[in-house]
Design a protein around this ligand. Structure first.
Ligand code: ASP
Length: 329
């Protein structure tokens, strides 16, 4: 057996994003254009680590990715595993990475890792981080210690769990954090180090349909309820509110949410960016005790954006919607 055939097989799927961007012509803004093989060509070290096949699944800025595209990406990744890939890596834009990683994580059925990465600097910029991030992502994907951890986001030599990762800076190189939870691990001199062993995972069945729509609205000071009230008539089937503090809204919003919750699942998360919603602390109208009594769910640790992804998946699975018991009611 040759050296080459003894290497693990890894599949790379590329979706676009800054990691694949460069200006179409000098002086123009950057747009996605580099294919998977172009990304691999910038990292000769990879040839010694794995037999990598790459596919450009799309070339989009991540703001234009959709749930349907991510389900197609999932189908491709599953197919690669069924065909013998020992690890799968995806590159995409960083702007929606926290949401797409969470969606894939809820549906990824294997112990084999699915690792996602991107870049904050374009391929055409000095000091671009794409090659280093892709190398680290491959190293994480190939580590036996990554098994059973679901979807991981590897960026800036840090490993984040899909459920916790957030983009917390718009332009900084260190743009990703897992607020309140900390890193899952890190990559040091090519070694993949984890802080703790893999935790049990809850994997959902894929949705039966994709036409459901879930609204996400942020509570803010002195906001009226006009927008909220339009939601049922617009055909939305679920609502997530990014609430104040521990998951709170105004008294007027509380009444509006009570009305909406009679027709569809309503979940209130925290807009703070870190920490859980409360369950039984505050007694004012619009706080968690009042909201739960009105049929509203509290998101717990899940941030509003990931909560919307979860609700979209759950609505697509069953009618009536079954919400998991760890969402406090
Ligand atoms: N700034 C973004 C990125 O990091 C653009 C995108 O999300 O595609 O890739």
């Amino acid at each position: 057996m040759s050296e080459k055939t003894r290497l693990p097989r890894l599949s790379l799927g590329c979706l676009g994003g800054t990691v694949s961007m460069q200006p179409a012509s000098p002086g123009k803004g950057i747009t996605p254009s580099l294919e998977g093989d172009d990304l691999l060509a910038a990292i000769p070290q990879l040839a010694a680590l794995a037999e990598i096949t790459s596919v450009t699944l799309c070339l989009l800025p991540s703001a234009s990715l959709t749930f349907q595209i991510m389900l197609d990406v999932l189908a491709w990744a599953r197919c690669e595993v069924e065909r013998g890939a020992q690890a799968v890596v995806l590159t995409q834009g960083t702007d929606t990475l926290e949401e797409s990683a969470y969606l894939l994580d809820r549906l990824w059925p294997y112990d084999i890792p699915l690792v996602m990465t991107g870049a904050m600097r374009a391929a055409s910029q000095p000091g671009n981080d794409g090659p280093a991030n892709l190398l680290a992502a491959v190293q994480v994907a190939l580590s036996i210690n990554s098994h059973g951890r679901g979807v991981l986001v590897v960026i800036n030599d840090q490993i984040h769990q899909a459920a916790h990762v957030r983009k917390t800076a718009s332009m900084a190189m260190a743009a990703f954090e897992s607020p309140g939870c900390g890193l899952e691990g890190c990559v040091v001199e090519g070694r993949v180090l984890y802080r703790c062993s893999a935790a049990p995972r809850r994997v959902l069945a894929p949705p039966q349909r994709c036409d459901q729509r879930v609204a996400l609205i942020e509570a803010c000071l002195d906001a009226d309820i006009a927008l909220l009230e339009t939601i049922p008539a617009l055909g939305y089937e679920g609502l997530v509110v990014a609430g104040f503090g521990a998951g709170h809204v105004s008294a007027a919003w509380s009444e509006a949410l009570a009305r909406i919750a009679r027709d569809m699942p309503v979940i209130v998360a925290s807009r703070t960016g870190c920490g859980p919603t409360a369950g039984a602390t505050y007694g004012f109208v619009g706080a968690e005790i009042d909201l739960q009594a009105k049929g509203v769910y509290m998101a717990g640790m899940l941030c509003p954006r990931k909560c919307r992804v979860l609700l979209w998946l759950l609505i697509g699975q069953s009618n009536p919607v079954v919400l998991p018991d760890w969402l406090a009611h």
